[in-house]
Design a protein around this ligand. Structure first.
Ligand code: HSE
Length: 313
């Protein structure tokens, strides 16, 4: 195989109480790449669409390029890779846009080279690319996008990734037409946390996982609370409290900032509730004169996949 087209799902990081340690993949939006083997070493990005000209084409400045560069270095090949990147999701949205491109590209490159590395190995390259995107190698977007499903990062050193089963859940994402850069949203976080908040947060983190295993929606709902990060970051999102309240008042199990924002997610028990919640959240943003887009999907348990049809982008 000389060429492959791959779709990778975007992701919701943090999931309320799990800053940098929880994330899950969603069916849409996501990114597509076409990856080709070339005989010259190195990575070349030949085309990017859907980014309004905002993303760099230089491979060492682009997350897809950096991840594939690290992959090629690791497998010690004289061949290179050409990447076409079709952005099908907003940038700086809180849905792990940079991670999604990196996962799609490195997954595609690995397939072209005969699947020689495991997903655990590929994860390291995508984490490197997160560092160039926002200065930190957090894994709570790249890991769910790569492995699919709900992922816990138990430890960063050594890296220890645990996939957690979940009951059927629908995720409503509302993406307001504002931009929050992850780098900025990380910089404003206070480096110290008070003990009382750590205790409350640990309780929620543990109970959320227990709720997933017990299929206990009420416990899941009670646990989707973040007393550490959300209060600090919600100021970047005008109307955040109103939008969150709209979600909860209309049946969502829980709602919080998706990753570093500005998107807000709500987890719901059924598709019908997820739709009602989406409309209510959108109305709340309208009252703030903010346009928004809604995405509704189940938790994506597949991760990246080859796209077989040859649709032109
Ligand atoms: N855990 C990261 C953060 C996710 O909240 O900064 C960024 O998408």
């Amino acid at each position: 195989m000389e060429k492959i087209r791959v779709f990778a799902p975007s992701s919701v990081a943090n999931v309320s109480c799990g800053y940098d340690i929880f994330g899950f993949a969603i069916d849409e939006p996501g990114d597509e790449v076409v990856v080709k083997i070339k005989n010259k070493p190195g990575v070349v990005i030949t085309k990017i669409t859907g980014d309004n000209g905002k993303l760099p084409k230089e491979a060492d400045k682009n997350t897809a390029g950096v991840a594939v560069q690290s992959f090629l270095k690791n497998i010690k090949t004289n061949k290179g890779v050409e990447i076409e990147l079709y952005k099908k999701m907003p940038l700086c949205s809180g849905l792990g846009s940079s991670a999604t491109s990196a996962v799609a590209a490195v997954f595609g490159a690995n397939m072209l080279f005969g699947n020689i590395l495991s997903k655990e190995e590929l994860l390291l390259f995508t984490m490197e690319s997160e560092k160039i995107a926002c200065g930190s190698a957090h894994a709570d977007n790249v890991a769910p996008s790569l492995f699919g499903g709900f992922v816990l990062i138990r430890s960063y050193n050594p890296l220890d990734i645990v996939k957690i089963p979940t009951p059927d859940l629908y995720c409503t994402i509302i993406h307001p037409d504002i931009i929050v850069k992850t780098k900025d949203a990380r910089k404003i976080l206070k480096p110290e946390v008070c003990l009382k908040d750590v205790v409350a947060q640990c309780g929620n983190v543990a109970a959320l996982i227990a709720g997933f295993y017990k299929l206990d929606y009420e416990l899941i709902s009670r646990s989707l609370n973040d007393c550490i990060i959300e209060p600090q970051r919600s100021k970047f999102i005008p109307g955040f409290m109103e939008v969150k309240k709209a979600a909860l008042n209309n049946g969502a199990l829980g709602s919080s900032i998706s990753g570093s924002g500005p998107s807000i997610f709500a987890l719901c028990k059924t598709l019908a509730i997820a739709k009602i919640v989406g409309n209510a959240m959108q109305k709340a943003f309208e009252l703030q004169n903010i346009d928004s887009d809604i995405y509704i999907s189940k938790i994506n348990n597949v991760g990246p996949r080859e796209v077989i049809d040859n649709e032109e982008n």
